[in-house]
Write a new protein. Structure first.
Length: 375
């Protein structure tokens, strides 16, 4: 007679209240701890949690074509040990592949993983050619990879000298400055090219612009003559000279300088001008005044127009003066030589006349006429 063997079972997802040691138990419900699972009573008796040993929960995962990866199913390789695709990672974890070292006890690994985020799907197609020593993987921009030789040479050209080639895999490209002219520094993959603190230019320097500012406490110029007003070659439109800034009151900027006035072609010293000169010096500007020159003047022809001469003592006869600081009342000027004047004091109690004595080449007062012939 046929024998029927039954095991404990439930239509729910939980276990029976008591599953004895070695007793089988199956839950027909879906979900939970035991749903669609076959379990056997724990080795220590019914009061312990049964051990899951099978059930349709697991066999359903195997119900698909071998080699085809199916969602919510187990991975089954085909007869060639292959599967069609494999997705690693999920919405909560960044996918990665870990390749461990060959040693049986080794723990070191190589990990391959994608960026933490990217905007769209990316496919890389590996090259189908063999690996060549020293070659690099290159992409065509569409994800197709190929092996390519490392960059060969880079040609360097300059304003002077011949072109030079730099081998990218072995040569070093050097950016070198010129002593006291250009300096270079390299830091954090960046090359800085600039001027050193002290700059020496061995050739000519041309600066084109409307304003050139020099912040120096000392300027040394070997050229004996400064060339100013170089644009004044077709007309006499601008003044020529120099000026400086000062403030002797603490509240008003003023300007002083020396310039050739294009209006009357005369050189002039000025001071107290309250507006900086431009192409001309405004002689009618606020504060403008003639400055004082302290100097020795030597000239073959000096013209003094109007005014007075002050501060000069004993002007020599050759310069148009008497050479005397003072002359007494009643005195007359007499010349004892071509270039010497003296004051002959006319004071006294008696009337007299002037007498010239040729033997002594002198002129004197006398009260006596002692003969002689006069003509």
């Amino acid at each position: 007679m046929a024998q029927t063997i039954q095991i404990k079972r439930t239509t729910g997802t939980g276990k029976d209240s008591s599953v004895a040691q070695g007793e089988l138990f199956y839950a027909y419900g879906s979900g939970g701890t035991y749903g669609k699972r076959l379990a056997i009573g724990h080795v220590n008796g019914g009061g312990n949690t049964p051990e899951i040993i099978g059930g349709s929960y697991f066999t359903d995962m195997l119900d698909h074509t071998a080699g085809t990866v199916t969602a919510s199913s187990a991975i089954i390789m085909d007869s060639n040990n292959k599967i069609d695709a494999l997705a690693i990672g999920n919405s909560n974890n960044q996918g990665q592949i870990e390749l461990y070292e060959g040693s049986s006890s080794g723990t070191n690994k190589i990990t391959l993983k994608p960026p933490s985020s990217f905007s769209s799907d990316i496919t890389y197609t590996l090259p189908g050619t063999g690996v060549t020593n020293g070659y690099l993987l290159s992409t065509d921009g569409s994800g197709n990879l190929s092996w390519v030789a490392q960059g060969g040479t880079l040609q360097i050209a300059a304003d002077s000298g011949s072109n030079d080639n730099v081998t990218l895999t072995s040569d070093t490209l050097t950016f070198e400055g010129t002593a006291n002219e250009i300096e270079t520094t390299v830091s954090n993959n960046k090359i800085n090219i600039g001027l050193p603190t002290n700059v020496t230019i061995s050739g000519n320097l041309t600066v084109s612009g409307t304003t050139t500012t020099v912040s120096s406490t000392t300027i040394n110029v070997a050229d004996p003559l400064l060339h100013l007003a170089t644009g004044n070659n077709s007309s006499d439109a601008v003044d020529i000279g120099f000026y400086g800034l000062y403030d002797d009151s603490g509240s008003q900027d003023e300007y002083t300088g020396l310039f050739r006035d294009a209006g009357d072609e005369k050189w002039k010293l000025f001071k107290n001008l309250q507006a900086a000169p431009t192409t001309t010096v405004d002689t009618s500007g606020t504060g403008y005044a003639v400055a004082t020159l302290v100097a020795d003047i030597e000239t073959a022809n000096a013209a003094i127009s109007g005014g007075t001469i002050t501060g000069i003592t004993d002007l020599a006869v050759a310069d148009g003066g008497t050479g005397l600081s003072a002359v007494a009342k009643g005195s007359v000027l007499v010349a004892n030589s071509a270039n010497t004047l003296s004051a002959l004091d006319g004071g006294g109690s008696n009337d007299g006349i002037l007498l010239y004595t040729s033997s002594s080449d002198t002129i004197s007062w006398t009260t006596t006429l002692d003969g002689g012939t006069y003509s």
